[in-house]
Design a protein around this ligand. Structure first.
Ligand code: BDP
Length: 323
């Protein structure tokens, strides 16, 4: 090989080397266009490319096309999917500490939920999640979940005898049973059809999801029980993240934090708009002035859960004592 050829070969090697270093991540998102989290995940992808100087690019797959949420969480844990926007509810069966957020009425409000996440409670949950392979880079808002059906659900007695769809987490099953209802664990993608055909009588979610997947088209009443305030995360495979250089870690984390702040802004506006839209479409929204009957009914859920999981008491106390 002469000198020129060696130079060309060296150049090609550098180019190939750079090419091999650039990493393309696959991201999971359950929501479709028009939902705040879809725009936020697109923003996350843009920010990652920008802040890593193109060394990491992210392809976001919306609408849950990479699989159901419990499956996708497992995929991120093993590194088959790199990153995603996950609800902490379905993380609970894999990471016990995440179950804190699935205890009904554990948070007084969305700001209270964020204060817990930003304190010792969030540190404990985040560390346990990272240990399990799914590391939270930033927390995002998912508002509060309330019941909807073909009638108002203003007291726990209104749930009696109703078949209510829940996410596949035991605490939600207990929650519905404690009110005398029949819990029906089911994937998000199946709920609209199940409501439509009467396979279930009702479900529970926040306004943006109630609207975006058309649950409001097949129910008539949304009752503001606000029994669960479940945060979400932008979560990455732990091994993948830890293998990055310090600078790349900082860049990815900063991208997630900025995207999460953007998500919270979009959420505030989008969730109010979603409520207006479903009301305009004929949904009767009822305020529940006194939620104590619901809270009282949940006493049994706490007792049973903490008796079986005494190691969760500390997290519950942290949440309850956070101002
Ligand atoms: C939505 C969450 C999504 C859940 C869905 C559900 O953003 O992650 O999968 O509820 O109820 O609010 O399954």
């Amino acid at each position: 090989m002469n000198f020129t050829m060696s130079l060309i070969a060296a150049g090609a090697a550098v180019l190939l080397g750079t090419g091999a270093m650039a990493d393309n991540w696959r991201a999971w998102n359950i929501h479709n266009d028009g939902h705040p989290n879809t725009a936020a995940m697109d923003r996350f992808a843009e920010l990652v490319a920008e802040k890593t100087g193109g060394e990491i690019t992210v392809d976001v797959f919306h609408g849950g096309v990479l699989g159901s949420q419990p499956d996708a969480i497992e995929q991120v844990r093993i590194g088959a999917i790199d990153v995603g926007n996950f609800n902490l509810g379905p993380i609970g069966p894999m990471v016990k500490e995440a179950n804190l957020v699935s205890l009904p009425f554990i948070f007084k409000s969305v700001p209270h939920m964020f204060r817990v996440l930003e304190g010792e409670g969030g540190e404990i949950m985040g560390a346990a999640m990272a240990e399990a392979g799914i590391l939270p880079l930033a927390w995002v808002d998912a508002g509060a979940r309330s019941f909807y059906a073909q009638k108002a659900i203003n007291t726990p007695a209104d749930v009696e005898g109703l078949k209510i769809r829940v996410k596949t987490t035991d605490l939600y099953t207990s929650m519905i049973s404690a009110m005398g209802g029949n819990p029906s664990p089911m994937a998000f993608s199946e709920v609209q059809q199940a409501l439509k055909t009467g396979v279930v009588d009702g479900a529970e979610n926040n306004f943006p999801s109630f609207k975006s997947v058309g649950h409001y088209e097949v129910t008539t009443h949304y009752s503001l029980s606000e029994h669960l305030i479940i945060p979400e995360c932008i979560c990455v495979n732990t091994t993948k993240f830890n293998a990055l250089s310090g600078d790349m870690q900082d860049a990815v984390r900063a991208a997630a934090e900025e995207a999460a702040l953007y998500q919270r802004e979009l959420w505030a506006v989008g969730s109010e708009q979603a409520r207006k839209d479903v009301e305009a479409a004929g949904i009767v929204v009822t305020e529940i002035a006194d939620k104590s009957p619901f809270q009282d009914a949940m006493g049994a859920v706490y007792e049973e859960y903490l008796a079986a999981n005494p190691d969760m008491r500390k997290l519950v106390e942290i949440a309850q004592s956070t101002e």
